[in-house]
Write a protein of this length. Structure first.
Length: 92
């Protein structure tokens, strides 16, 4: 069983912040086929780096029609699929 089966496809909250949709964005920003577990660090694993953080946030803002304040641009808030989902739910 691969790790992609760990990603929840059920809709959470308002129905738009699914882990599978977030994973699609992470894959696009990382420009490689990654399959992180929901709680796996995207930065410690090397899937993303501090330079790609702004690309990730821009893609999330565009996809989910949200605005991420500059004060929130820290790797800790976007460290994993699960953290990204929790952050988006708190903003949406």
């Amino acid at each position: 069983m691969d790790q992609s089966s760990n990603i929840q496809s059920s809709k959470i909250g308002p129905g738009k912040f699914t882990q599978s949709k977030i994973l699609e964005i992470v894959r696009r920003v990382a420009a490689k086929p990654v399959d992180p577990a929901p709680d796996e660090s995207l930065f410690e694993s090397g899937m993303l780096d501090s330079f790609s953080l702004t690309d990730l946030v821009s893609a999330l803002e565009a996809e989910f029609s949200i605005r991420v304040p500059d004060a929130d641009l820290t790797p800790r808030k976007f460290d994993s699929i699960a953290r990204i989902q929790a952050y988006l739910e708190s903003r949406g």
